[in-house]
Unconditional design. Structure first.
Length: 72
């Protein structure tokens, strides 16, 4: 488990999330472009993957965009 910090694309706030990944794995993901987060980190849930992509936490997503579980 490592602490990952990203800037939210919604709020510009720096957010930190503890994720069950290695620093080496994260470094490779951040360095190599064009990788799909779901292929690199299949063990992460949708909220954790979105955090890696955009810095948006599940709480921010639910507050500003809507519930992940809403189907329209």
């Amino acid at each position: 488990m490592i602490q990952v910090t990203r800037q939210s694309m919604l709020t510009k706030k720096m957010n930190t999330m503890e994720l069950p990944i290695s620093q080496d794995h994260l470094d490779r993901y951040d360095t190599i472009g064009g990788l799909l987060v779901q292929n690199v980190f299949p063990n992460l849930d949708a909220g954790q993957r979105e955090f890696l992509i955009s810095g948006i936490t599940p709480d921010e997503w639910n507050k500003y965009i809507g519930d992940y579980n809403d189907e329209e």
